[in-house]
Ligand binder design. Structure first.
Ligand code: FES
Ligand code: FES
Length: 203
C-alpha cells in the first residue's frame, strides 16, 4: 500500500505532535492576547484546557478541551456524535474512521486540538434519512454487516477509497480497506458493496 495516501502514525507520534500543536497554539494565542491587552500573565500549564472550533458535518462547534483529548472522544463525548465507534482506541481497527478535509483518518489517533478549523465529516453527516449515500445504500443491499460495530468506519473509509480511485477491483478494495477490521468477517459483502457503489458513482 502507498503509505503516502493514509497517514497512520503511532500513538507516541500523535502525543508528541499534540503537545507541540498545543504549545504552538498557546504561544500564538497568548502572543495575540498580549499584543491586544499588553498584559503580562504567567504562561498556562501545558495541560490546561483550550478553546477550539470543531467544524463537524457543516456545523461549527466551540469547545473547551484539554490538549490530550482525542478527536474520537470529542466527537462522541462532547458532541454526542456516537455514530463514530471506539473499537481498539489505538489505531488498529478503523472503527473510528472519519473524513478530515476529505481524507480518511482514524479519529482515535489524532487530537481534537490538531483538527481545529478543519472540515470533519462523520457518518451522521454522510447522508439523510430519506436519501442515503450510495455506499450506505449498497451496504444495506449487500447485507454487509452483522453487529454493525465496524460499519460506520467501513463506510467512511469506503467513501474515501472510492474517491481516491482505489476501488477499481476487488483486490484493490481489499488492499486499500485493509485498515478496517470486521470481527464478524463480513469482508466479502463489504468489498461487493464498495465495488457496487463505486460503479454507481462512476468511479
Ligand atoms: Fe480507532 Fe480502533 S478505535 S482504530
Ligand atoms: Fe460486526 Fe463488522 S459487522 S464487526
Amino acid at each position: 500500500m502507498d503509505s503516502r495516501e493514509i497517514w497512520e502514525p503511532d500513538r507516541r507520534t500523535v502525543l508528541k505532535a499534540g503537545a507541540a500543536v498545543a504549545a504552538a497554539i498557546t504561544v500564538s494565542e497568548r502572543t495575540e492576547a498580549s499584543a491586544a491587552t499588553q498584559e503580562t500573565e504567567p504562561a498556562p500549564a501545558a495541560a490546561s484546557a483550550m478553546d477550539i472550533n470543531l467544524h463537524v458535518n457543516g456545523v461549527a462547534h466551540r469547545l473547551t478541551v484539554e490538549p490530550r483529548v482525542t478527536l474520537l472522544d470529542a466527537l462522541r463525548e462532547r458532541l454526542a456524535l456516537t455514530g463514530t465507534k471506539k473499537g481498539c482506541d489505538r489505531g488498529e481497527c478503523g472503527a473510528c474512521t472519519v473524513l478530515v478535509d476529505g481524507r480518511r483518518i482514524k479519529s482515535c489517533m489524532t487530537l481534537a486540538v490538531m483538527q481545529r478549523n478543519a472540515s470533519i465529516t462523520t457518518i451522521e453527516g454522510l447522508g439523510q434519512d430519506d436519501e442515503l449515500h450510495p455506499l450506505q445504500a449498497a451496504f444495506i443491499r449487500h447485507d454487509a454487516f452483522q453487529c454493525g460495530a465496524c460499519t460506520p468506519g467501513q463506510i467512511m473509509s469506503g467513501v474515501a477509497c472510492i474517491k481516491e480511485g482505489h476501488a477499481r477491483s476487488a483486490d484493490e478494495i481489499r488492499e486499500w480497506m485493509s485498515g478496517n477490521l470486521c470481527r464478524c468477517s463480513c469482508y466479502a459483502s463489504i468489498v461487493d458493496a464498495v465495488q457496487d457503489a463505486a460503479r454507481e458513482m462512476g468511479r
